[in-house]
Design a protein around this ligand. Structure first.
Ligand code: ZN
Length: 72
């Protein structure tokens, strides 16, 4: 059960009459599907950037070490 806003982390209040979650902090209204979607999007972005960063670091290390070896 999602209770926190995917945008600001504020508390979401469920309104039975309109079947929407309203954020107490930023005032955004979301359906359950939208909350799940936004969370997955954010989680995917976080994972993606992390992997890219690690790949870049690994490549740099390899490039530096291979350069050193060829100079020796
Ligand atoms: Zn919010």
């Amino acid at each position: 059960m999602p209770t926190y806003c995917p945008f600001c982390g504020g508390r979401l209040i469920y309104d039975n009459r309109v079947r929407l979650y309203t954020c107490q902090s930023c005032g955004v209204t979301l359906t359950l599907d939208e909350i799940v979607m936004e969370r997955e999007k954010l989680a995917g972005l976080a994972r993606g950037s992390d992997t890219k960063k690690k790949e870049a670091q690994g490549y740099l290390k390899w490039w530096l070490s291979s350069k050193k070896q060829s100079e020796d």
